[in-house]
Design a protein around this ligand. Structure first.
Ligand code: PXP
Length: 255
């Protein structure tokens, strides 16, 4: 039996920036939140520089890359503008996501199957600078195969549909989504991809995802920043870790 790998927690600080931008000034500072998350044992920081700059700003990416001593996972659309910004700051990883101005948050995974050529042009120069490439995809076999064929290092599996089913208290859909995520995690790992997951996770939903041994990193933002308002970030991160650990311990023999 192989050893189950540790499960890393990437803290997404976008919504500290959302709060800052509500008043247009400099506070609260998302980079300070990243520093605090680092002190509290986060394994990485995630920030999404959106085309419309609704939360993270260019200066935040620059400061995160310069000031924070943790791997930076820069989420971005696969555009030339974002590619050039990433090449300037060279984050540990770029997580490519689909983006549309109308959406409230990232709504679905990338269409790697349909957009392989365009994605390849964004990916190549980043890989040449040793930036790891993560593709945010729905847990679908064809998207996994296309991601591997494109030379991605990582796939991040979209957990949003699972989390919506949980919020709707639809047990059948929850079970179906967990099975879909688990099958995707297995096939991604078999294809040689590092497997991450995220979107919409909370204390209640994280355990079932943490129980998938192929998944080695979770990226969590909105819920965690919201919980921090009530308990403080150290306690919110500690509680998320406890929930992750509880799920991970349940792996038992299947590792
Ligand atoms: N992973 C990706 C690729 C995302 O786009 C997001 C949302 O920015 C997250 C993880 C985190 O999702 P949430 O903020 O719902 O925890």
């Amino acid at each position: 039996m192989t050893q189950t790998q540790a499960l890393r927690l990437g803290v997404n600080i976008d919504h500290v920036a959302t709060l800052r931008n509500a008043r247009g000034g400099d506070l609260p500072d998302p980079v300070r939140a990243a520093a605090l998350a680092a002190q509290c044992g986060a394994d990485g920081i995630t920030a999404h520089l959106r085309e419309d700059r609704r939360h993270i700003r260019d200066g935040d990416i620059e400061r995160l890359a310069r000031e924070i001593d943790l791997p930076l996972n820069m989420e971005m659309a696969a555009t030339e503008e974002m590619r050039d910004i990433a090449l300037k700051h060279r984050p540990n990883a770029c997580c490519l996501v689909p983006e549309s101005r109308e959406e409230v948050t990232t709504e679905g995974g990338l269409n790697v199957v349909g957009e392989a050529a365009a994605l390849g042009e964004i990916i190549a120069p980043l890989k040449a600078q040793n930036v790891r490439i993560s593709l945010f995809i729905d847990p679908e076999p064809d998207q996994i195969a296309a991601s591997a064929a494109l030379g991605a290092d990582i796939v991040e599996l979209h957990t949003g549909t699972y989390c919506h089913a949980h919020a709707d208290e639809d047990t059948q859909r929850v079970q179906a989504e967990i099975a879909r995520l688990q099958a995707a995690a297995i096939s991604a790992a078999q294809a040689g991809l590092e497997v991450h997951a995220g979107h919409g996770l909370c204390f209640e939903t994280v355990g079932a995802v943490a129980a998938m041994p192929e998944i080695v990193e979770l990226n969590i933002g909105h819920f965690l920043i919201g919980a921090s308002v009530f308990s403080g970030m150290p306690e919110a991160i500690a509680e998320m870790r406890r929930c992750m650990q509880a799920g991970r311990s349940a792996i038992g023999g299947r590792s």
